[in-house]
Ligand binder design. Structure first.
Ligand code: C2O
Length: 531
């Protein structure tokens, strides 16, 4: 355990983190337009104190943003108004709160050693810790120990792209639609009005069902290692972005600033990781990600990793008293017990329930069964390999290989209902420049699909969505983002493979009206494995 440092002061903070950006920060309005660079945590871990779970305070209840009462909306606005008024050099200030997110996304890939919390297994835990401190700071500023962040339940929607009743829309009544600049929850870089909808193919029930039922944490929340320091995630068999992060999480970021999803040019704030947390809706988006993790972890047979390197990973934040505080992943696993908050489930039902009542949600919290994350098997089928990166954009690409009989037999066994393993489609070494965004839909055995779809489609397994580390407006950015993606195949898709002599994977980018510049998306390897 480390001890409280007396050396923490404002000057260290400014020198370590803000000096390069200070000139750009004339006002809150200006800072909303700026993508930070050179962001690293201002103090070292040994200068922090270890987090102690709150005792005796009220349980905070996080509700859907669509279900807030008028007084809860007023309270939320008052909290952010207070935050925007905190003196900028205070570590809890609006700008510094947003900058914390940049500290942990590789310092916007600017060649400084920042930790990367995206694309692997610390993604969920880091964001839970971040929201915890953010919520405490907001509550402290308005003197309300019951203050709770709302969540934006974009997954409360149907599969029908023309259905306008779901919550796959921007919660503008609270956070403000374009033009509502006097709302403290408003952000000028958003571009979504009341009629835009996130296509259900990215957030709807057909996409979400396998994610919510993911059998293992690596599929749901990612896998990887946390060796530090490093600028970009390891690209090895270990590292994989979890399915919650790779499709729905990414699309909400990109969509909020670019609702057509077709531009390769990211728009701050939500559209780039370095600036995302300068938009207050970031915290409602991530509260939903956090809620979905909480719900998943309570599901039957689901377990968080028991790997000590995961459990003992520490993240540092300023708390509501400006104390530099280290929080272990071990300390965030059960929000009710150690963080004193819980989620009130959304009160939303689909307009036309098809196929019977929805699957019951586990009623009781199951104590985490600390299962070891299952390793990925050797590839069963290699669809594409080689050291030469392959260019995808701007057209749809299909890779196809023959499956010999023994492979089909192996797949057949894995597809059986009693099989303890599952088939995983891996797309490794996906690489784009750090200031480009990418949305690519992935299909198995659908070489006929040549254009992106908006609703569920047979053979669709999910999408690759890369939220860029930074935006071109930051200027002078080097580096690339490289990630591995894994898509667990549903039993139906797995079973369909066993009867085919070939397997194909089709990658369909969402192309802009004028087409994107070529050669901005590369991948190294496509293969099928078991987990
Ligand atoms: Cu740290 Cu939604 O990203």
């Amino acid at each position: 355990m480390s001890h409280r440092s007396d050396s923490m002061n404002r000057r260290d903070f400014v020198a370590g983190s803000l000096a390069t950006s200070t000139a750009l920060l004339a006002s809150t309005q200006a800072s909303a337009q700026v993508v930070p660079l050179h962001c690293v945590p201002p103090l070292s871990p040994v200068q922090g104190v270890l987090f102690e779970p709150p005792t005796g305070g009220p349980m905070r209840v996080r509700k859907s943003v669509f279900e807030l009462t008028p007084s809860e909306i007023t309270r939320l606005k008052a909290a952010y108004a207070a935050l925007r008024n905190v003196y900028r050099d205070d570590p809890r200030s609006w700008y510094n709160q947003g900058l914390v997110h940049c500290w942990y996304c590789s310092g916007a890939l600017d060649n400084l050693n920042g930790m990367e919390v995206h694309g692997g297994w610390v993604f969920l835990a880091w964001h839970r810790a971040y929201l915890y401190f953010h919520e405490r700071i907001l509550g402290q500023l308005i003197g309300d120990p019951t203050f709770a962040l709302p969540y934006w339940d974009w997954d409360s929607c149907s599969d029908d792209p023309s259905d306008m009743t779901g919550r796959n829309r921007f919660p503008g009544e609270v956070y403000g639609f374009p033009g509502e600049a006097s709302n403290p929850l408003f952000d000028p870089t958003r571009n979504v009005g009341p009629t835009e909808r996130i296509p259900p193919v990215f957030v709807g029930p057909t996409l979400m069902r396998p994610i919510k039922n993911a059998a293992s944490f690596p599929e749901f929340g990612g896998s990887g290692n946390t060796e530090l320091p490093r600028r970009t995630p390891d690209v090895g068999d270990l590292q994989q972005m979890g399915q919650l992060e790779q499709t729905p999480h990414g699309i909400v970021h990109v969509w909020t600033t670019e609702p057509t999803l077709t531009s390769r040019t990211p728009v701050p704030n939500m559209g780039a990781l370095a600036s995302a947390a300068f938009d207050p809706v970031f915290f409602a988006h991530h509260a939903n990600i956090d809620r979905l993790w909480d719900e998943w972890a309570q599901g039957k047979g689901h377990a968080n990793p028991d790997n000590p390197r995961w459990l003992q990973q520490v993240f540092l934040f300023y708390d509501q008293l400006q104390t530099w505080t280290g929080m272990l992943i071990n300390q965030v696993i059960d929000p009710v017990v150690s963080l004193s908050y819980r989620y009130q489930p959304p009160n939303w039902t689909p307009p036309t329930p098809a196929g019977g009542p929805p699957a019951p949600v586990a009623a009781a919290r199951v104590a985490p069964r600390l299962a070891q994350a299952a390793p990925l098997s050797a590839p069963l089928v290699e669809l594409s390999t080689g050291t030469q990166p392959k260019t995808l954009l701007p057209r749809a690409t299909t890779v196809q290989v023959a499956m010999p009989a023994p492979t089909r037999a192996a797949i057949n066994a894995l597809a059986a209902p009693a099989s303890p393993q599952q088939l995983v489609l891996r797309i490794d070494g996906v690489e784009i420049p750090a200031d480009r965004q990418v949305v690519v839909q992935v299909f198995v055995n659908r070489p006929d699909i040549t254009a992106a779809v908006r609703g569920p489609e047979r053979g669709y397994v999910g999408s690759i969505v890369i939220v860029p580390a930074t935006a071109a407006t930051a200027g002078h950015v080097h580096g690339t983002v490289e990630r591995n993606f894994g898509f667990a195949l549903t039993p139906e898709i797995a079973a369909s493979l066993a009867s085919q002599e070939n397997i194909s994977v089709t990658l369909v980018p969402l192309a802009g009206a004028t087409g994107g510049p070529p050669e901005v998306f590369r991948y190294r390897r496509v293969y099928l494995a078991a987990r």
